[in-house]
Design a protein around this ligand. Structure first.
Ligand code: SAM
Length: 317
């Protein structure tokens, strides 16, 4: 059955990966974790499961121009899209909002965004990063520039000129060069009144980073990039991390979404997700829990799809 969020207009303004868009977008990570048991990507169990997984098989046939990581984004109509992280959600967002939609992506890790995406590298839990993104939204609400209007941009370069790196050093640099603990997540900045009511959809597919405490000889564990793409496999940690990130996305949505706008956020099920659901219901008229078909049944990954921001409701910081 078609759900209402299939009917998004094509002109949506999107804030992407972590915080971003979608129409009936379902995302699936090929996270190599089984409940509580960590398997390296060379593990036979993982390999055999990957081979059986239709979504992973599908990923192998996508054009080589897509980023390499086996990550798949689906639009669950017949319009099934494919791609890899990082960037597959943003790619879908750009496609779905042509020609004038504006897509902004934010991520901890440096990654070349798909053409047409304005990308920020930074920690979405940082008030500084949120403030910069809100300022950017306030300054650029005219929509995606038409080719003919973009006199300063090289004709061959379809990329928006605003790709920005903030909060240096990057997360990976910090991980490599510092043993400091990250400390508790900071709260969001107070709302920037100029960015209020400009965003149509906020999408978060963030997964909380986790620090390595074992498995130093395993390449898939010692590479921070791989760890950022996957869960820790420890259910309580993944759940708690996802609640922090969803809450940040909810506050951001409260500060920036138009009345009638939507939020999609990934979470890992656990003891406090009901509380988040209640908060979502304060801001949105409809809230659904979605378990994508492409998500393995043993995975605790799920999405909240929150529709139709109420005009007068806000979430206090
Ligand atoms: C599962 S991947 C997202 C893949 C994405 N949907 C795509 O289509 O490419 C999760 C991402 O969340 C990012 N992330 C996790 N915590 C974050 C934070 N606090 N701020 C920004 N990005 C974060 C990670 O760096 C990682 O790239």
């Amino acid at each position: 059955m078609l759900r209402p969020y299939l009917a998004f207009p094509r002109s949506f303004r999107l804030i992407l990966r972590p915080v971003a868009l979608a129409s009936k977008v379902t995302s699936l990570s090929s996270a190599p974790w089984l409940t509580g048991t960590r398997l390296s990507s060379s593990g036979t169990q993982w390999k055999s499961r990957q081979g059986r997984d239709a979504y992973v098989r599908h990923a192998k046939i996508v054009p080589s121009s897509y980023p390499r990581h086996p990550f798949i984004v689906l639009i669950r109509t017949k319009d099934r899209r494919k791609g890899y992280a990082p960037g597959s959600w943003s790619q879908v967002a750009v496609d779905r909002t042509r020609p004038h939609g504006r897509v902004i992506g934010i991520d901890l890790i440096p990654a070349q965004p798909p053409q047409g995406v304005a990308a920020f590298q930074g920690d979405f839990l940082s008030p500084v990063v949120q403030k910069l993104v809100k300022e950017f939204i306030a300054q650029s609400h005219g929509g995606r520039p038409l080719k003919a209007e973009r006199n300063n941009v090289d004709e061959d370069d379809d990329m928006l000129p605003e790709n920005t790196i903030i909060d240096q050093p990057s997360y990976i640099d910090r991980e490599r060069h510092s043993t400091e603990s990250r400390g508790p997540p900071s709260s969001s900045t107070p709302a920037d009144s100029n960015s209020r009511n400009l965003v149509d959809v906020v999408l978060s597919d963030m997964s909380a980073p986790w620090e390595q405490v074992s498995g130093y000889s395993s390449r898939s564990l010692s590479n921070p990039y791989d760890r950022l793409m996957n869960t820790s496999g420890i259910a309580s940690r993944d759940h708690a991390g996802s609640m922090n990130l969803c809450e940040a996305a909810l506050h951001f949505a409260s500060d920036t979404l138009k009345p009638g706008g939507h939020l999609v956020c990934k979470f890992y099920t656990g003891s406090t997700d009901k509380r988040l659901e209640q908060q979502l219901k304060v801001l949105f008229s409809e809230v659904y829990r979605e378990k994508p078909e492409s998500s393995r049944s043993e995975s605790k990954e799920a999405y909240f799809v929150a529709l139709y921001r109420k005009a007068k409701a806000t979430i206090e910081h």
